[in-house]
Each structure stands twice: as structure tokens, then as C-alpha cells.
Write a protein that binds this ligand. Sequence first.
Ligand code: RP5
Length: 181
Amino acid sequence: RLAQIQTGESSSSSSSDEQKEKPLVGIIMGSDSDLPVMATGARILQQFDVPFEVTITSAHRTPFRMTKYATEAAARGIKTIIAGAGGAAHLPGMVAAMTTLPVIGVPVRGSTLDGVDSLYSIVQMPRGIPVATVAINNATNAALLAVRNLAAFMPKYQLKLEEYYASIEKEVLDKADRLET
Ligand code: RP5
């Protein structure tokens, strides 16, 4: 699927099981240049067996496509939107203005200004239109937050989260053991 998105195609999850399920999370980004960052979030959703879709839509270059996506996502069954953008990163905020779904913004680091421009563009939303903003380039946390949203009403994801956090704790403890011995 990620190969498909690199060619500009919209697509949904790749495994046959996932394809049968309607996507619960939408990953959108302003440009294919955001894909290397956003793919890290997609991999987390794959790891948690969350059905998701990935596409490109730009607040500035394709405003009507963005509007269609934002206004139709909830009716299609999407529960959370992860939106990544860089520079004048208006995509997450504009999408949040057109849906009541939770929107998680990923500030993508561009070639200038170190991603602080993206971070400020996404995080400084006006009162009333929230975007949950993660750290610069941290699509991993965006995906984990999306899984947490799902876990609030889908217990199977709660169990997977518990396993995930047990595994990362074990990883750190194993490293500490190796360091100390
Ligand atoms: C934003 O402009 C995109 O999200 C991307 O991060 C940035 C640069 O886009 P490209 O010029 O690489 O397509 O809209």
C-alpha cells in the first residue's frame, strides 16, 4: 500500500483480512514528500492490526479534495484522522474545522526551519477547534494515540496496547541488564 501511495494512488490496508474491514483510521498528508515520516505511523497501525487508509490531500494544492475527505470521513466509518504536513502546515487544522472526528496533527520537518514552522502551524489552533499535536516527525506517537482512541470503545486494542507497552518496557530492562553485567 505504501508503494501505491508513492505513485499517488489512494489505497486501504493491504492484507486480505484488513481489506474486508472498513478503515477506522485515516492517514492523510499534504505531499508525497511527507510519506517517509507518515509511513512510520502506518507501520504502527499495521502492527496493531488496525484497518486504515492512506492518501495525499493538500490544504493548498487540492483544497476541494481535502474538503471532501474531511466532510465524508465520519460517515465512512473513520474514527480518527492523522494528518501530516510541513511548512505552512494547515492541513490538520482545516480538516479539524470540517469534522467532529479527533484529528491528530504530525508536524513534518521540511528542508528549512527544522520543522518548527510546521509545529507552530499545527499546534496554535484557535479555541474550539482542537488538533492533538505530536512532536515533529513523530507519526509513531500519532498512530499510538489513534489506537488509544479506538481502545476507549474497542477492548481488543486495549489488550494490544498492554502487550505493546509490556514489550517496550522489557526492551529497556533487557538493555539495562546488559549494560550492568
Ligand atoms: C506541505 O508542503 C506538505 O505537507 C509538505 O510537507 C510540504 C512540501 O511539499 P512538497 O513541496 O515537497 O510537495 O504542503
